[in-house]
Ligand binder design. Structure first.
Ligand SMILES: Cc1cc2nc3c(=O)[nH]c(=O)nc-3n(C[C@H](O)[C@H](O)[C@H](O)COP(=O)(O)OP(=O)(O)OC[C@H]3O[C@@H](n4cnc5c(N)ncnc54)[C@H](O)[C@@H]3O)c2cc1C
Length: 291
């Protein structure tokens, strides 16, 4: 399938990219890895007249720890996250999530910024970013603003990004000692979007209670979900099997999946409960020093 005709622009600076976005308004679209945008154009779901490719814009592809955060440039490709030693060692939830995304071909081109900005509830990074309580750095005509991941996903394929804004970076709080995370994804076949998936990030206090809990859910509602009630049930408590099971039950109650080719709504709810238990247990093991 061939996409409709468009003009291609490859700005060499962020200022130039922002000016192009302002000039062309809603008829322009940012192009990152193109693995979600181009399929939508081929299907005529989107028909932008101008594509603004960010690949030549400097400063959007860094990975570094700074001021208590892991800073990830929006144009960092999945394969770079997957192979980065810092992420493998200190951010196992992010590392696992990335490895679950699609297949190596997609991960070689797809970017973390594109994955988030697309607003697809089936994408894997949004739940993980909500579990980490990450922040998104966004630049627009009025300057820079920071949007919490938990406030970014507003509706089906709709985010808090304004049409003239560019997502430039993601900031993940560096976990304190005695932290762990895990991503559990159920898919029909390798490379598929999730039937259901759960991201868990947690930290333990000295006395063994939970000083931090973040749980995000993938593809079980029209938006990626933060499991707020489950987190509140666990926060400050000892992670007993009963409490974990109750939090998992709450997550399965609070999601809103639809029956489709991947399974019935009832099946997906049951999977959310089981995947939450599994992700939580593995995250806890990591926080307690195991792998
Ligand atoms: C076969 C296949 C299987 C896949 N399976 C999975 C999967 O299992 N899990 C998963 O998470 N994803 C999956 N994906 C999606 C993949 O991860 C995409 O690459 C990703 O969703 C989009 O990233 P991109 O860099 O390709 O963005 P693009 O396709 O270039 O852009 C996507 C959207 O985001 C906007 N955008 C991109 N970057 C920015 C920015 N910095 N600021 C503002 N707006 C921006 C674009 O304008 C566009 O609207 C799959 C894709 C394919 C083709």
């Amino acid at each position: 399938m061939i996409p409709p005709p468009f003009t291609y622009a490859a700005p060499a600076s962020l200022e130039e990219a922002l000016a192009l976005l302002q000039q062309h308004g809603p008829m322009a679209k940012i192009l990152a890895g193109g693995h979600s945008l181009l399929p939508m154009m081929k299907l005529r779901l989107l028909e932008p007249e101008v594509l603004i490719d960010l690949r030549r814009v400097p400063g959007l592809a860094d990975i570094r720890e700074e001021n208590g955060y892991l800073h990830i440039g929006a144009m960092v490709r999945e394969v770079e996250l997957e192979e980065h030693p810092l992420i493998r060692e200190k951010y196992p939830l992010l590392h696992e999530t990335t490895r679950w995304i699609a297949d190596p071909q997609v991960r070689n081109m797809g970017t973390v910024g594109g994955n988030l900005a697309h607003g697809d509830p089936g994408n894997d990074h949004p739940a993980t970013m909500m579990a980490y309580d990450a922040q998104f750095v966004v630049v627009g005509p009025r300057g820079e603003r920071v949007i919490p991941a938990r406030e970014f996903f507003l509706d089906f394929y709709t985010t808090a990004l304004e049409p003239e804004e560019i997502l430039t970076a993601i900031r993940i709080p560096t976990p304190p000692p005695r932290s762990g995370g895990a991503y559990e994804k159920l898919e029909r076949k390798v490379g598929d979007y999730a039937t259901a998936a759960v991201a868990v990030q947690l930290s333990l206090a000295e006395d063994g209670t939970l000083s931090y809990v973040g749980i995000g859910l993938t593809n079980v509602a029209h938006v990626p979900l933060f499991a707020a009630r489950s987190c509140a049930h666990l926060q400050g408590q000892r992670p007993t099997p009963e409490r974990i099971d109750e939090a998992a039950r709450m997550a399965s109650e609070d999601c809103d999946p639809r029956s489709d080719l991947r399974g019935s709504a009832e099946y997906k709810r049951a999977m959310v409960r089981e995947l939450t238990r599994r992700a939580f247990r593995r995250a806890l093991e990591r926080a307690q020093g195991g792998q």
